[in-house]
Design a protein around this ligand. Structure first.
Ligand code: HEC
Ligand code: HEC
Ligand code: HEC
Ligand code: HEC
Ligand code: HEC
Length: 434
């Protein structure tokens, strides 16, 4: 009997399905069994140091109201305290839909107390993405939207993008994981393909994070559940990166830009509106000028190089153009606006606005329709034309500024860190007048 037991692979014993919060139990940490969606990213850190660091600096790791100041402010307004249990989404009176995308592990447990476990406060953590088995699509059988993690069939095993999980020599080096004494610790296998244990029985008892191969992680489906369309309770689209992307008919997947290979690994920093380096490659800005009598004709060329709108994402993201004519000693002789282009030079403001029935601009939750949408469409080239007095002008300068928030929100959200409210210069171009 003794002998029989010890020949049963240890994994089989550990993987016995146990039902807790409706999910089978799959992971073992420090010798204790835990549901996979309670596994903190801290448990991945040791072996996946580079990816952990990238993720930790990303907005995915800061996606809850506890960590993201902008989301936090709006979550508190539209939902409530992220440290309290049983909080409801005010508009619908239901469990806050936000958490299906912003804290998927909490949503699985239908809890709203986000500081109760690291796996909740970490927001979109390693297991949140690496348990998504299949993208079911944005609309369920009833025609209703299934958002965030409910758009996916989830697994109780980690999902790895590559096919052979046992070829660890090369990948282990790339992963910069710390080798144990035998140099064979891979907690995703338990055993290699020949039935030889990669890990000692004690290791498996200590840590077991079973994994299966899933190539769908290499497709945009890994992102669209959370990054496609989302409507407010009146059915008005708030974010729609996925829809924009389809409109742009791109064959490129999201990963090719948002998870480029760096240092031999798929980069998990996932830059967007919070990342100046990413913003700087979003558009091409160019300038041509021509003197006609005592006038200067200026064409400002703005080309969106992306397969989705720029700006994309949250409805309040916006970009404006500042165009100035300078004298030889650098004095500004003319500028396209004094305070803000919104009223003074509308064509220079790339923005998505939301309206109520009386056509007044309103906050996203209250909107009943879309107002103006002057964001740059996928791959669009837009030319803005200006005619200005030529006298004394030595050079013309164009600058694009990106803003996370609408000007009205910047004024209202007084407590936000200044860096989140400041316009960021993402492109510039200057031409000397001959
Ligand atoms: C004790 C070390 C260790 C820990 C802890 C660990 N991993 Fe790994 N992981 C590895 C090794 C080694 C590989 C290389 C497997 C290979 O490519 O052969 C790997 C590979 C992977 C892969 C790539 C699979 C593929 O398809 O290429 C993913 C994804 C992954 N781990 C996720 C995680 C997550 C998520 C956690 C935390 C919940 C975690 N790992 C914790 C050692 C570890
Ligand atoms: C479980 C839902 C979920 C999945 C899956 C997901 N994301 Fe995200 N992502 C979010 C949320 C929520 C945020 C916003 C966090 C915040 O700002 O509070 C975000 C933020 C981002 C940002 C940064 C936006 C900014 O404001 O800077 C980028 C870029 C991004 N995601 C790309 C991706 C890509 C690419 C994929 C697929 C490989 C992906 N995401 C998968 C939910 C998800
Ligand atoms: C927003 C979703 C998301 C999050 C969060 C996330 N990953 Fe990934 N991860 C992916 C996707 C998608 C890929 C596949 C990229 C590809 O091959 O195109 C991937 C690939 C990997 C790989 C294989 C890398 C390679 O180049 O072979 C490892 C290892 C990994 N992830 C570990 C982690 C760990 C550890 C964490 C947490 C610190 C984490 N991931 C968080 C989506 C995510
Ligand atoms: C050709 C490169 C490229 C591809 C492909 C691409 N993006 Fe982007 N994405 C960018 C750039 C550059 C930015 C920064 C400009 C901006 O925010 O509009 C960005 C911004 C974003 C943001 C930030 C929005 C915010 O509110 O801050 C999200 C989210 C995003 N992309 C998601 C996706 C998703 C999802 C896909 C796949 C369907 C995708 N992207 C495909 C280049 C790309
Ligand atoms: C379908 C998934 C999804 C749902 C549901 C969702 N969000 Fe988001 N949210 C995102 C994604 C993805 C981003 C970041 C990328 C972007 O801007 O599209 C984001 C960004 C935000 C931002 C901007 C954060 C920043 O740092 O600038 C705020 C604010 C926000 N969400 C609030 C909410 C609130 C409040 C709810 C619930 C009423 C909610 N979201 C529901 C996916 C979602």
């Amino acid at each position: 009997m003794q002998i029989f037991l010890s020949t049963i692979p240890k994994v089989a014993i550990i993987l016995l399905p146990l039902s807790i919060s409706g999910l089978t139990q799959a992971a073992t940490l420090d010798g204790k069994e835990v549901p996979i969606h309670h596994v903190s990213s801290d448990n991945c850190k040791e072996c996946h140091q580079t990816i952990y660091k990238q993720w930790k600096g990303s907005m995915h790791a800061q996606s809850t109201a506890l960590k993201d100041p902008i989301h936090g402010a709006i979550y508190r307004q539209t939902v409530g305290d992220p440290t309290k249990e049983n909080v409801k989404h005010k508009a619908s009176g239901k469990y806050p839909v936000c958490l299906q995308c912003h804290s998927p592990n909490a949503a699985l447990d239908k809890t709203t107390k986000l500081d109760a476990k690291p796996a909740y406060s970490e927001g979109i953590n390693c297991v949140a993405c690496h348990t998504m088995k299949r993208y079911k699509g944005l609309y369920g059988k009833n025609g209703k939207m299934q958002l965030g993690q409910s758009a996916y069939e989830l697994s109780d095993k980690l999902q790895g993008p590559n096919g052979f999980l046992h070829e660890q020599g090369q990948a282990a080096d790339k992963l910069r994981w710390q080798l144990d004494d035998e140099g064979e610790l891979n907690p995703h296998l338990g055993r290699d393909n020949k039935g030889q244990p990669y890990m000692t029985e004690e290791d498996v008892q200590e840590i077991d994070l079973p994994m299966e191969a899933n190539s769908s992680l290499k497709t945009s489906a890994a992102c669209l559940g959370c990054h496609d369309k989302r409507n407010n309770s009146n059915g008005v689209a708030l974010c729609q990166t996925g829809d924009e992307y389809l409109e742009g008919k791109s064959q490129q997947n999201c990963q090719s830009c948002h998870m480029p290979i760096s240092g031999g690994l798929a980069d998990h920093s996932m830059g967007g509106g919070h990342n100046l380096a990413m913003l700087k490659r979003s558009v091409r800005l160019d300038l041509t000028t021509q003197r006609v009598g005592d006038k200067l004709t200026i064409d400002v060329v703005v080309e969106n190089m992306q397969p989705h709108n720029v700006p994309t994402g949250a409805p309040f993201r916006n970009i404006y153009l500042k165009l100035s004519a300078l004298s030889a000693d650098g004095k500004v002789l003319w500028q396209n606006y004094q305070t803000h282009p919104a009223k003074e030079d509308a064509k220079a403001f790339f923005v998505y606005t939301m309206m109520d029935d009386a056509n007044h601009p309103v906050a996203p939750p209250m909107a009943t329709k879309v107002g103006k949408n002057t964001r740059l469409k996928p791959y669009e080239t837009r030319i803005l034309n200006y005619n200005i007095p030529a006298s004394g002008v030595d050079s013309v300068r164009a600058e694009l500024y990106y803003n996370l928030l609408w000007p009205g929100m910047v004024k209202k959200m007084k407590k936000l860190p200044a860096a989140l409210k400041a316009p960021k210069r993402i492109a510039w171009s200057e031409e000397k007048i001959r």
